[in-house]
Design a binder for this molecule. Structure first.
Ligand code: FUL
Length: 506
């Protein structure tokens, strides 16, 4: 050996390189299929918004006016939009969408394109503007503002002729340029007859382009999106399987939409990212009537589990009354609902776990067990375990996740506890910026004799999935991903306990 030092140096170098390779961070998974835009992700994270149906119907007691109502019928005696936004915020809603124009054509703002608006009414001597008051109140309260504008208009004289599309564009321009940022433009697909007995051929591409130009961040709701889609029913129920993907080529909102059950479920491997919005009213009608009552807290919780808990966004209608205020019983019910949500979701019992074991971790050859008790000591973990390990399921950072190698579509995590944990709700979130992937999973708990028992078998996860379970008491929970369109990428796992028995079938 002529140059022992040379060999020694070479060995050191080899060791350093191999150590470095062992700890080299592999790149994250590439997005799979369509993914949400930034605006769609921000929208989905809102989770619950309030819908306000308000207009001549509030005063006539009808669900659909016919456009012949005299303008003076609209006369709220104590309108206070700040009351609406305060209630919305306290109840946990992040946005409010107002029916600026329903099918009767009456505009809640002085729209120069129409002779059927607040400006022609005696309310505040024709100087009132509900859009202005509500958009100001939303800004003051930190609630986002959205607008429902019905293309169907039973008052517009030109409805049923090409000229109406032009009038409708000008109406959109008026509503979308004077009241600050709009987070959602709600388009109803209804296409009935106008005052001249004719139906309209809507120019949807023109409508959508106008919104995109004037409010680029606004999501457009319709039966088929493009920003978000109708969930296919007004019962407050997304599909137990619910894809945020939808095939919309060749379809239009309204009569030309895909079948309602397709909207409820979405399309596995669909072409576009068009998540489901679940619109439902707190009362039986959309507009306020003295004779109707708000739904019970149990029913609102059922709606929550079947909307937000099934990868949907909940748009709950709370209609202001003839005074222009949200009725005391509705507001009280919303506070009870918020308290019920708080009592279930304030405490994530998964945070008490002692360790989490993943069958696979991206970039690692073997299963990885992570101790959850001293999570601050991350330095001993390899770069891949830090970046992609299952402990990331338990932190609250949205952008950290557990994932596996691209070739892996079957994977499990086991969450273990020192003391038995009691829970009946399990929440999972997929990291949707990389797409919706999981199509089948099941949940097991460990019995005292060490055997596993399956407590739920489900399909999709999406942005958020809350699985309702029988009350479970166990020292270990196993989540098994059984089928995924590409390697699973999950960013959250939580356990909760809901003491209230809910009598509904999933
Ligand atoms: C439907 C309308 O016809 C109802 O009146 C209500 O506005 C609901 C939200 O959408 O299509």
């Amino acid at each position: 050996m002529k140059h022992p030092l040379k060999y020694f140096c070479f060995l050191i170098l080899l060791l350093a390189v191999s150590c470095q390779q062992k700890d080299e961070l592999v790149s994250p998974p590439a997005p799979y299929g369509p993914v949400p835009t930034e605006a769609q992700l921000k929208w989905q994270q809102m989770e619950m918004n309030m819908f306000c149906h308000f207009g001549p119907n509030t005063f006539t007691g009808k669900e659909w006016g016919d456009g012949t109502e005299v303008e003076d019928i609209f006369n709220p005696t104590q309108l206070d939009c700040r009351q609406w936004t305060k209630i919305a915020r306290a109840a946990g809603f992040k946005g409010i969408i107002l029916t600026a124009k329903h099918h009767d054509g009456f505009c809640l703002w002085p729209n120069p394109e129409s002779e059927h608006t607040v400006a022609q009414s005696a309310w505040r001597n024709g100087k009132g503007d509900v859009l202005k008051e509500l958009s100001d109140a939303c800004r003051q309260e930190g609630v986002r503002f959205g607008i429902y504008i019905s293309p169907w208009d039973q008052n517009a004289p030109t409805y049923g002729t090409p000229a109406y599309n032009e009038t409708f564009i000008k109406t959109l321009e008026s509503a979308l340029t004077q009241y600050g940022e709009i987070f959602e433009q709600w388009f109803d697909g209804a296409c009935g007859e106008g005052p001249n007995g004719k139906r309209q051929v809507y120019d949807w591409p023109l409508f959508n382009n106008t919104v995109h130009q004037l409010q680029p961040q606004a999501l457009i709701f319709s039966d088929v999106g493009p920003g978000c889609r109708w969930v296919g029913n007004e019962e407050g129920r997304a599909g137990r399987t619910c894809w945020s993907l939808l095939n919309t080529d060749g379809f239009t909102p309204g009569a030309g939409a895909p079948p309602q059950d397709t909207l409820t479920v979405g399309n596995r491997q669909g072409q576009y990212w068009i998540p489901a919005e679940v619109d439902v009213s707190i009362r039986s009608g959309w507009f306020y009537r003295d004779s109707e009552y708000p739904k019970s807290v149990e029913e609102l919780m059922r709606i929550y589990y079947q909307s937000v808990g099934r990868n949907g966004l909940l748009l709950l209608n709370v209609p202001p009354d003839q005074r222009g205020l949200i009725a005391a019983e509705d507001s009280a019910r919303l506070m009870e609902f918020a308290a019920a949500l708080q009592s279930v979701f304030a405490q994530d019992l998964a945070q008490n776990a002692s360790e989490i074991k993943a069958s696979h971790v991206r970039g690692e050859k073997n299963p990885i067990t992570q101790n959850l008790k001293n999570r601050t000591h991350k330095t001993s973990l390899s770069a891949n375990v830090q970046a992609y390990g299952a402990a990331n399921l338990l932190d609250t950072s949205y952008h950290s996740y557990w994932t596996v190698d691209d070739s892996v579509t079957l994977a499990q995590v086991v969450l273990s506890f020192d003391q038995p944990v009691k829970f009946n709700r399990l929440m999972l979130q997929e990291y949707i910026p990389l797409g919706q992937r999981v199509s089948k999973f099941h949940i097991e708990i460990m019995l005292p004799d060490g055997k596993w028992r399956t407590v739920a078998t489900e399909t999709t996860i999406g942005y958020k999935r809350i699985v309702l379970l029988p009350m479970c008491t166990t020292k270990a929970v196993r989540i098994c991903i059984d089928e995924s369109l590409a390697c699973p990428v999950l960013n959250r796992l939580a356990l909760y306990k809901d003491e209230v028995f809910l009598d509904f079938k999933e």
